[in-house]
Design a protein around this ligand. Structure first.
Ligand code: MNH
Length: 458
């Protein structure tokens, strides 16, 4: 026998939509988790959404025989730009499997190491900027981390320089990307009739999409006119043929995937860099220990490829930071057939199950009573490897998990190691406590720092 899924009181027409904060719904989802527990059902303007907060619930959906990736409204909207690109492709679209097969090897740890020099090139621009600003400048780290993440992606995947660090405002492409993602997310919360009336907003949305597609096409055309032998992802997409069918990727899908890498890889990485900076500033003891490790391993020199896996404390800091602040804080799944969750909650084929990774990463059954605390030690000495399956899921699950994980991990390792090696960081406002900003991903709101060049560099 089944019981109803807990649901907050319902208001005619609105349903439960008023439960969600319009700026930072993540905080509302978390409050609902505290009130209703591991599973909560919401009616959002006529759309039923089932939110999974607890480890047991999420763990049960990590079974590709019973569940597959779902597509919440905001993700469906992202398709307006990138269609059947890897991140937004429906499981039945053939270009997902084709692109996945062709690209997966290129995203492995070893090929990504080959990109280290290009990553350093962009990282160096950030370091120089902070060095020249000097210790009194108030720095918005999230803003600069977004520049570094976007430039790194464009440079490493298609050898294109966005040069974000050389302009005061972000390049047109980056502005369009930001506006587009925000609007995808806003659209998911607007009734259709309201949307139809917002002609100015809708025109802007279309022109942002056109601008980004035009840049992607320009880069493809340029590469075709001026072929190179560089092993970047663009060349791979243009030249690779499927060993099984001999098929290549259609040009539209190549554009979709170029833009997909930019979307999936920049806010997530820049948010992770920002949150990690915040946690390190809040925990000077951790910062000291980390600095010691970096100084000992790097010996005052730039990070080299063979040192990437020789910084265990930095790895633990990163794992712990993305546990407490999973920048992709929500993803969806859907049941392949009508089924029962947790032995008592009926869910139907096609229902939207929202996995609340933020709460999953705070389940005291897995993490203990200090689940809310930033404590990298819990990720050290084999403890990470000994976690229950699917407990730590910042990169999603199964065959639709993040393909860019090794890329992001290497990029963030490089940037954090380089910054901490070179600068003493501090809060502009020592009383700053974490507030969230949310679009498709979460990042810290209002974080400002000083960066003082170290004089005691070892
Ligand atoms: Mn990434 C999918 C998190 C960096 C490219 N990424 C996912 C998913 C999560 C995720 C979670 C699963 C989404 C879902 O189930 O709907 N990604 C991250 C995080 C970082 C990140 C937390 C950085 C930190 N991702 C990157 C980078 C790239 C990238 C960098 C590209 C270079 N991610 C992707 C792609 C997918 C994805 C592509 C979709 C994969 C698929 O469905 O086949």
């Amino acid at each position: 026998t089944t019981v109803p899924i807990p649901q907050p009181p319902w208001i005619p027409l609105i349903g439960n939509a008023h439960e969600l904060d319009s700026e930072v719904p993540q905080t509302s989802f978390n409050l609902l988790a505290h009130t209703y527990g591991d599973i909560v059902q919401l009616d959002l303007l006529g759309r039923k959404v089932i939110v999974l907060n607890g480890y047991d619930m999420v763990h049960e959906t990590c079974d590709e025989k019973r569940f597959q990736k779902g597509f919440a409204m905001s993700l469906q909207n992202v398709r307006n730009l990138v269609g059947d690109g890897l991140f937004t492709a429906y499981p039945e679209e053939p270009n997902w499997a084709l692109a996945h097969r062709l690209l997966l090897p290129a995203f492995g740890t070893m090929p990504i190491r080959g990109m280290l020099d290009d990553m350093k090139d962009v990282c160096e621009q950030l370091l120089l900027k902070w060095e020249r600003f000097g210790p009194t400048q108030s720095i918005d780290p999230t803003d600069d981390f977004t520049r570094v993440a976007l430039d790194t992606l464009a440079f490493c995947t298609m050898s294109h320089r966005l040069n974000s660090f050389y302009f005061e405002s972000p390049p047109a492409f980056a502005q369009s990307m930001g506006a587009f993602l925000k609007e995808c997310y806003m659209r998911s919360k607007r009734p259709r009739v309201v949307q139809a009336l917002m002609s100015g907003t809708n025109q802007k949305y279309v022109s942002d999409i056109d601008l980004m597609n035009a840049l992607a096409q320009e880069i493809v055309d340029d590469r075709k006119a001026n072929p190179t032998t560089k092993k970047d992802l663009l060349n791979l997409m243009l030249n690779a043929r499927d060993p099984v069918t001999g098929q290549g990727l259609p040009e539209e899908n190549i554009r979709n995937n170029m833009l997909t890498f930019m979307i999936a890889g920049h806010e997530t990485s820049s948010g992770m860099l920002s949150f990690t900076t915040y946690y390190l500033l809040k925990h000077p003891d951790v910062m000291r220990k980390l600095r010691e490790e970096i100084d000992t391993v790097l010996q005052g020199n730039p990070l080299e490829a063979d040192q990437l896996d020789k910084l265990p404390y930095l790895t633990a800091v990163m794992r712990e930071s993305i546990r407490l602040a999973p920048t992709a804080s929500m993803r969806s799944m859907r049941p392949l057939e009508d089924t029962v969750l947790g032995g008592k909650y009926a869910v139907n084929k096609g229902d939207v199950l929202l996995v609340n990774t933020y709460m999953q990463h705070r389940d005291i059954g897995v993490w203990g009573n200090d689940a809310e605390e930033f404590r990298p030690e819990r990720m050290l000495d084999g403890k990470f490897e000994a976690l229950p399956p699917h407990a730590w899921q910042p990169f999603g699950f199964g065959m639709r998990a993040c393909i860019g994980r090794a890329f992001a991990w290497q990029e963030i390792t490089l940037i954090l190691a380089s910054i901490i090696q070179r600068f003493d960081l501090s809060f502009v406002d020592p009383g700053y406590t974490l507030r969230l900003h949310q679009s498709l991903t979460i990042k810290p709101e209002g974080l400002r720092i000083h960066a003082r060049l170290r004089t005691d560099i070892k």
